[in-house]
Ligand binder design. Structure first.
Ligand code: PLP
Length: 388
């Protein structure tokens, strides 16, 4: 098989070998974690060990971690009017979101459409804190949902500042940290998060695993999505995905130990890639480059070059990148993130996302750059031919 270079880590990361080992071992255990016999207790131990690892990754207590089937499900579970605290048992009637949230947050969970308000972002891709303050002032006790890092641009959001605004207005803050966890430090207390979402497959765990973490037991989600046998302390019924959860825990442990080293590694290669890209395409626009971004993400566009063309041409050269636009059921939709940043549609259509990970090498970056050079040379030849 010819060399392939994978640059789509924000879509999903490969399973870490250590997580695979744990997964395979756990798959051969027979017990149900709810059973009291030794087999059941062995399965329970795997889940509780994983709970400790996931809790440590975000500075929480194990008892505040609830496993779900995905980041999407954790977001859905969090976004409900029925979030109670000891002091406040009344339902929350407003949900405030930034205009650049992931589809699973934009859908609004269990809030009716008319109760949801979008908060603008600036041209740098960061939420407008003045607009947030204004919306909070108008909405008593809102639930606010903000992502820590955007999945398209990688731009980091001022979540801790937003938390101050939300809490001063009697609101609660949910943080979708799916893209940030394992790439930058994520501590619930430092972020001021009341609830936080993680996804296993973005940190090298298996696909189909996720978790919702609460700040402490003062936060009570009174409206589970799945009712039944009372698993996950009544919040998520159904026999647990023991092997998936155990492997998620193993990935969480590695993500915690290796976060700084991996971030340095990804940043240096990402910077090399951006320098090379600018040398080949001096007109390339890198979105969010002027503010703090994840160390692994570059979203860029070159005017006149369509993202679909670029993604297919790069794929043929062995390089997996993605288009910045969301693609569902074969239809490419213009990116709501770039639209919210005020980027013109001509440029939005060309947005290509390159995302790196812990196994990316300098050889991968070289392959990306030579494929990109080939693509742009072919394109300018074609244009010269058309002009002649
Ligand atoms: N939130 C963000 C910011 C994401 O990027 C994603 C996935 O891409 C999700 C949530 C959903 O996570 P999952 O794929 O585990 O459902």
């Amino acid at each position: 098989m010819p060399q392939r270079s994978y640059f789509d880590w924000n879509a999903t990361a490969p399973l870490r070998p250590e997580a695979r080992e744990v997964l395979e071992r756990a798959l051969s255990l027979p017990g149900n974690p709810s059973s009291v016999h030794a087999e059941g207790r062995a399965a329970r131990r795997l889940i509780e060990n994983a709970r400790e690892e996931v809790a440590s990754l975000v500075g929480a207590r194990p008892g505040d971690v609830f496993f779900t089937s995905s980041g999407t499900e954790a977001n859905m579970l969090a976004l409900t009017p029925a979030i109670e605290t000891a002091a406040e048992k009344r339902p929350r009637s407003r949900l405030l979101l930034s205009a650049i949230e992931h589809a699973s947050v934009r859908a609004g969970g269990r809030f009716p459409r008319e109760a949801i308000e979008e908060i603008a972002v600036g041209s740098d891709g960061r939420i407008d804190l003045a607009a947030l303050a204004e919306a909070v002032a108008k909405s008593p006790r809102p639930l606010v949902s903000l992502m820590l890092a955007n999945n398209e641009t990688g731009v980091l959001q001022p979540v801790a500042e937003a938390a101050g605004i939300v809490h001063a207005g009697g609101g609660l803050l949910h943080v979708d940290a799916v893209q940030a966890v394992g790439r930058i430090a994520c501590d619930m207390a430092m972020l001021g998060a009341d609830l936080l979402t993680l996804s296993g497959h973005k940190i090298g765990g298996p696909k189909g695993t996720g978790a919702l973490v609460r700040k402490d037991d003062d936060i009570h989600l009174a409206d589970p999505l799945i009712r039944g046998g009372g698993q996950e302390r009544g919040l998520r019924a159904g026999t647990e995905n023991v092997a998936g959860i155990a492997a998620f825990g193993a990935a969480a442990a590695l993500a915690r130990y290796d976060c700084d080293t991996e971030a340095r590694h990804m940043r240096s290669l990402r910077d090399l890639l951006e320098t090379g890209l600018k040398a080949i395409s001096p007109g390339a626009v890198i979105f969010g480059a002027e503010v703090n971004r994840l160390p692994n993400t570059t979203l860029f566009a070159v005017e006149g070059l369509k993202a679909e063309t670029a993604v297919i041409a790069m794929d043929l050269e062995g390089v997996a990148v993605s288009s910045g636009a969301a693609c569902s059921s074969g239809k490419v939709q213009p990116s709501h993130v770039l639209a919210a940043m005020g980027v013109l549609p001509e440029l939005t259509r060309g947005a290509v996302r390159v995302s790196l990970g812990w196994t990316t090498t300098e050889a991968d970056v070289d392959l990306f750059l030579s494929a990109w050079r080939k693509l742009t040379t072919a394109l300018s030849k074609e244009r010269r031919g058309m002009a002649a």
